[in-house]
Design a binder for this molecule. Structure first.
Ligand code: HEC
Length: 81
């Protein structure tokens, strides 16, 4: 689920700025497994915020947000975690 759907969502929507070596929190890596590690181990507060929907909500006040379909994908993944 993460590998097949969430990774592409997060990398596509947030990766241009939040890739490793770029803006903190740098939670997007070049491959899905490492991105999973980053999100779940190094930035677990993201999961927390995902859950309270901050990732899903809006750390950038409307500038870079997930579409409704992308949100559904992330929420479905979180239910599996
Ligand atoms: C065009 C660049 C850009 C994109 C795209 C972008 N961000 Fe950011 N983001 C930033 C910058 C710069 C900061 C750090 C400065 C700030 O807090 O605004 C930041 C900060 C954050 C923070 C920390 C906020 C805090 O209050 O500490 C989170 C969480 C975050 N981004 C999540 C995301 C998510 C999720 C996406 C995709 C939906 C995303 N960002 C897309 C540039 C971007």
């Amino acid at each position: 689920m993460f590998v097949s759907r969430v990774y592409t969502t997060v990398a596509g929507t947030c990766g241009s700025c939040h890739s490793e070596g770029q803006t903190e929190p740098a939670f997007v890596a070049g491959d899905a497994d490492r991105t999973y590690e980053l999100i779940t181990l190094e930035y677990p507060e993201l999961i927390d915020t995902f859950q309270r929907t901050a990732l899903i909500l809006d750390p950038h006040e409307g500038a870079y947000v997930f579409s409704a379909a992308e949100r559904n994908t992330i929420e479905a993944w979180l239910r599996l975690e």
